[in-house]
Design a protein around this ligand. Sequence first.
Ligand SMILES: Cc1cc2nc3c(=O)[nH]c(=O)nc-3n(C[C@H](O)[C@H](O)[C@H](O)COP(=O)(O)OP(=O)(O)OC[C@H]3O[C@@H](n4cnc5c(N)ncnc54)[C@H](O)[C@@H]3O)c2cc1C
Length: 496
Amino acid sequence: MLDRKKSILDIQKNQEWDFLVIGGGASGLGVALDAVSRGYKVLLVEKVDFGKGTSSRSTKLIHGGVRYLQQGNVSLVREALKERAYMLSAANHISKLQPFIIPFYSRLTGFYYFSGLKAYDLLAGSKRIGKTIWLNKKQVIKRIGNINSKGLKGGILYYDGQFDDTRLCIDLIKTIVKHGGTCINYCGVTDLVKDEEGNCTGAILKDEISNKEYKITARSVINATGVFTNDIIHMDDKKQRDLVKPSRGSHIVLEQEFLGGNTAIMIPKTSDGRVLFLIPWNGKVLVGTTDIATDEPAYEPKIEKEEIDFILNNTDEYLKQSPGRIDIKSTFSGLRPLAAPKDKNAKTKEISRGHQVIWTESGLCSLIGGKWTTFRKMGEDVIEDVIQKKKWVKTESQSETIQIDDEALRIDYSKPIKISLIKKIIKEEMVMTLEDLVARRTRLLFLDTEMTKSVLEEWCELLMEHLGKDQGWKNDQVQSVRNLITSGYEPIIRSK
Ligand SMILES: Cc1cc2nc3c(=O)[nH]c(=O)nc-3n(C[C@H](O)[C@H](O)[C@H](O)COP(=O)(O)OP(=O)(O)OC[C@H]3O[C@@H](n4cnc5c(N)ncnc54)[C@H](O)[C@@H]3O)c2cc1C
């Protein structure tokens, strides 16, 4: 059970932490998990809510990255395939094996993808999770009821994993706390603290709920703030070059009938040369993503009309019954924290998707890039680097052996969510706002905006009672989620 008051007390009473991890997304969680697995005293602080950033907005795939293989990035794929197996086993309560089909309309194309995916299987070695096979037209139609069968020659069936990113986020927070770590949401770093020699020795934290500030000391400070990395880097040194360049990826959510089965579709080459997925997720179909370089980080990046058109146009030729804007149940976008290229003109799809550990002169360590699938390995690499750079006594990572907290709340979105479950989440999962509840503890906001609107009043009443707030607070919370729905998630484009 997560207890925010206890976290505040830990912050007040501790003299020195081994690690201060800034950021409660996949990267920060990987670092904190690996650090507690070695017995270090760890504080993880998150400015908004756990998973509020990119880590709630992924395509929910646990994958080696078939398209990186296409680009010849073998070592990146091999590492991710190893971590895919780890995640599917350590978080087996919220992840599953997901079959995919690449449909093909020319046999030659079929052979090309078949050999590529066989190589994908081979690279996984003993960590292979399923066998790539060639399907004929009839077999494809059997698995994907809504496939466009005109001219269809067959499909290549292969396997990756699928998970719920923010449920994993919360279960990881519980796991880290269980292993002695302290984690807190709505508590951000507002400045870094340095000693006389300019070494980074801690940070100033601001509790966004009470507005209180805390100065804390840590032997090592890790910047794991995703697309907000540059903000922390500039707290360290205003003249530092940007380390991260955001790239927006957007999704639309449709009813499951647009897939017609539990097998996902992978479209291997869209009009801009990327891949596009149609994946069954919590009774709906998640379709994405795009890849658009953006300049500014944002907590609520917005899908643009052109992206909706791009997604619909590219799915159109693969589906018998094509979705229109009217069929969109929700939309969401996320920003990839890509390593800023030295060459400013590089296209986002050319930027490496591997992770990097970058040190600045003060001894601040930043973890950038990477993906959810490799979060544990990213964390391990950071801790190894800290030990080496700071000449600490060597310790061994045990993060691979830690079973992720599995008291997980399994939510069936095909039925109305039980109030007893919402009460349990409110009590046990550090829920501070109505948005935490509809967007990240449950996934209603991402799945269906109409369904979300129907629960706002009732859920907020429960949260208000639990937090001891008044009606004014409740009204503000409900209005704030309504605004979020109309300004982003709701397919407002319907009318245009
Ligand atoms: C569209 C899209 C699809 C993707 N799909 C997949 C996929 O299918 N599979 C996969 O493996 N990966 C996927 N990824 C990649 C993966 O989601 C990201 O690599 C990962 O979530 C990034 O996590 P992060 O912790 O670095 O960043 P974030 O999740 O953004 O976390 C950073 C956190 O730092 C916090 N923060 C910022 N400033 C401060 C401060 N001053 N003090 C304290 N906290 C602060 C923020 O609030 C934020 O929560 C996808 C990414 C995108 C964009």
